[in-house]
Design a protein around this ligand. Sequence first.
Ligand SMILES: [Zn+2]
Length: 240
Amino acid sequence: MKGLIDAHCHLNDERIFAEIPEALKLGISSFISSALCQEEYDWHIQNEIPNMKWCAGIHPYYKKSKESDLDRIIQLCEEKKIVGIGEIGLDGRNDNEDWQNRILLQQLDIACNFDLPIVFHIVRKYYELYKILKNNFPKVTGYLHGFNASKDIAENFSKFDLAFSIGCKPPKNDCIDYIIKRGFFLFETDAPYQQPLYSKEEYNHLKNLLWNLENISKITGISVAKLIESQYKNHKMIYK
Ligand SMILES: [Zn+2]
């Protein structure tokens, strides 16, 4: 189980923070946590956890994310506190398109300037993101977190140097097969969000990363050990 990494979660949630020892015992070796507003940036600075790296970003849908956080994100980059920008992106559940586009472009610029990967959060706006990246940021790096769109969309985004991060709500089997064959993939929980479909619990848990891998292994016929080996190599490519 060496090298199994949760590519996206929110450790500042105190319920999830309390699960870290159990997750480590289960063989999850490290976590990429995401901080989405000033108080979460502060939490991540104050809680240096040996097995945690973290990203900061202004989320398109999260109410506490503010445009005024941009300066702080630049500062976090300058101080080398963060390993990436995220989660950032476009979210079709809100109709503040202009704001979302402006914030996304500014953060893509920051990532470019500091040569950092991006953790993308996209809801119903893959086509819009595709256009932005193709026209302005074709050399973008990072991954589409919690990817569960169609195989067609996965094929289009494969033109970029982006990985697909599979969460507890995975895409359809044909898309999973495509992503795993392509080879550039990660696994995540997004805990406390995105619990598995079967789950009757109130929130998602770090331990469900194992459920996620076993599920993908069953669908693809590729062993869990092999999936872990590949995701570890992929992390090394993204977070140099
Ligand atoms: Zn998230």
